[in-house]
Write a new protein. Structure first.
Length: 276
């Protein structure tokens, strides 16, 4: 069995390293940005006066690194070519390539090129877009995928609940059919935890039981809920051992979404979640 990496992947890693040395490391060294990565990093990254949320200057630095990586053609690597990526079915951009690239970057240690704490990387990881690519309608893809890549959209992933962790099939959040102001849709009530990125989110992927009983894999559905929808309340941000935090606990009270907000098949949302 041959475990050698393909020659074009080895070349890609070399090109990636050259980009990091040329563009990203100088950015990290500029204006004392090293404070975000050395022994000062937890304090430098955390706005304690805002409940432990990330500091704006920290997130602006991550955004600038992302812009440089996107301009150089690395950030969208794993996406299909129609979205500016390199995944054309030939192997490049595949999960195998991504696994090697992610291990390569992680082995380099902590830096602006790759931060495992918040999933920032110059080679982007897009589980939310994978969900949309596999299950989204044409309109959902047009609005959310392009918006996400252009920095206008940020999406949270709402599966875990306060009383239900590893087994999501026991979730208490419910979505029931309702017509409101002449619009057919669903009313969602429940609670969610670990809504990462909620402080900057424009949309939430909310999973709710629409049929069946607790423990059934079938009967869970996924809904795309705009962040500013009436009835969504951030209850708290959960502090962690490695700050800052952007992990929200939220309450959904009589949240209404139209039927067009359904992502993937009705009652088949667990498969959508597993694409994340």
């Amino acid at each position: 069995m041959n475990f050698d990496l393909p020659s074009d992947l080895v070349t890609y890693l070399a090109d990636l390293d050259a980009f990091i040395d040329r563009e990203i490391r100088p950015l990290q060294a500029r204006n004392d940005n090293e404070r975000f990565f050395d022994h000062r990093r937890e304090h430098a990254r955390t706005n304690w006066d805002a409940g432990g949320l990330p500091r704006e200057e920290w997130e602006e630095l991550l955004a600038e690194a992302t812009r440089l990586a996107d301009k150089a053609g690395f950030w969208r690597f794993s996406l299909p070519t129609e979205y500016g990526g390199t995944n054309d079915g030939s192997g490049k951009g595949s999960n195998l390539w991504m696994a090697v690239i992610r291990e390569h970057l992680a082995s380099k240690g902590l830096g602006l090129f790759n931060d495992l704490q918040n999933e920032h990387s110059v080679v982007g990881n897009f589980p939310d877009l994978v969900m949309l690519l596999n299950y989204g309608t044409p309109q959902q893809k047009k609005e959310l995928i392009h918006g996400r890549l252009e920095g206008r959209v940020r999406i949270t992933f709402g599966l875990t609940e306060p009383e239900h962790g590893s087994d999501a099939t026991h979730m208490d959040t419910r979505a029931v059919k309702e017509t409101r102001d002449g619009v057919e849709g669903y009313r969602i009530d429940g609670r969610k935890m670990w809504q990462t990125g909620m402080h900057k989110a424009t949309h939430c992927f909310i999973f709710a039981r629409t049929d069946g009983k607790a423990g059934n894999a079938k009967g869970i559905s996924c809904f795309i809920v705009p962040r500013e929808t009436y009835g969504i309340v951030v209850d708290s941000y959960e502090w962690t051992l490695n700050m800052p935090t952007d992990h929200a606990s939220i309450i959904l009270s009589s949240v209404f979404v139209p039927s067009s907000s359904l992502l993937g098949p009705l009652h088949g949302g667990l498969a959508v979640a597993q694409a994340f």
